[in-house]
Design a protein around this ligand. Structure first.
Ligand SMILES: Cc1ncc(C[n+]2csc(CCOP(=O)(O)OP(=O)(O)O)c2C)c(N)n1
Ligand SMILES: [Mg+2]
Length: 276
């Protein structure tokens, strides 16, 4: 499987969803896409067949505003049809709303209010240990989200309870809603900060490279007696120069001209990935 090429197909679905629903957090969808693909397709024990198994792995999409990327990946896994998502996304009365909702198959937690995912993930991981389950818990957070104090309360608790079945993932794209993370709430020495909370820290230089991410998740699995965090250095808007590293694309609906350019970039980069 060529995961890089595959990611562009899933990115196209995200753009179609956002255009059809007339809204969406497109920049963060693009940065997190390779993280979600790697977890759902190469790492986690989860599928539509075992979604009720108490030993399944659990993912909390704490950066819930990027639900479009999650829908795209869950649809590709077979949880629901992508045509249905694109048709119904953000429509009145639809289940495919603009943030994760656990009435949908494959979605473990309602999210969108930033800073809640890690504390809830800590509870899931603790419960999994108490019940002697094999489940691993993954919590995907944004880097702007780390400004929430509840993240660090969760980080303390995860270390105290020695939750080696918990893996946090930071989509480190250096942007949040209103500017650069370092201008809004700086994260200097982010690795050292997690390490000082007792976590095993795994930085990934190219967090849009699925093979590199897979190595990081494998390393996280081998850690014993403490939680692990993968800090994935990503690019917000990854996949098209129209969007990349532009804060104005945090939430944006492409115009028809932008749509054409983005889809062309995706197609070209997919071709290049296939010939790499
Ligand atoms: C508690 C809370 N405060 C504010 C918001 C509004 N909000 C939505 S996205 C966002 C920025 C998040 O930035 P980051 O975590 O870096 O996400 P990404 O760059 O991956 O999109 C904010 C402030 C929110 N969803 N929840
Ligand atoms: Mg960010």
């Amino acid at each position: 499987m060529n995961y890089k090429a595959f990611s562009y197909d899933l990115r196209k679905n995200v753009v179609d969803m956002i255009v059809a629903g007339n809204g969406g957090h497109i920049g963060g969808d693009m940065s997190v896409m390779d993280i979600l693909i790697t977890l759902y397709f190469r790492q986690m024990n989860i599928s539509p067949e075992n979604q009720a198994d108490p030993d399944r792995d659990l993912l909390v999409m704490s950066k819930g505003h990027c639900v479009e990327a999650l829908y795209s990946v869950l649809a590709a896994k077979g949880f629901f049809p992508i045509e249905e998502v694109i048709r119904e996304f953000s429509r009145y009365g639809s289940q495919y709303i603009g943030h994760p909702n656990n009435k949908l198959p494959g979605i473990e937690m309602n999210s969108g209010s930033l800073g809640h995912g890690l504390p809830v993930g800590v509870g899931m991981a603790l419960a999994s240990k108490m019940d002697h389950r094999r489940s691993r818990v993954y919590v995907v957070m944004g880097d702007g989200e780390l400004a929430e104090g509840s993240v660090w309360e969760g980080a303390m608790a995860a270390h105290m309870y020695r939750l080696d079945n918990l893996c946090a993932v930071v989509d480190r794209n250096h942007l949040q809603i209103s500017g650069g993370t370092e201008d809004v709430m700086a994260h200097e020495n982010l690795c050292g900060r997690f390490a000082s909370f007792g976590w095993h820290v795994i930085p990934v230089e190219d967090g849009n490279d699925s093979d590199r991410l897979l190595l990081a998740f494998e390393e996280a699995k081998r850690v014993k007696g403490k939680p692990a965090v993968v800090i994935a250095n990503t690019v917000k808007g990854y996949g098209s120069s129209v969007m990349e590293n532009k804060v104005s694309w945090h939430h944006h609906v492409p115009s028809p001209e932008e749509y054409e350019l983005i889809m062309r970039d995706f197609s070209e980069r997919k071709e290049a990935a296939l010939h790499e």
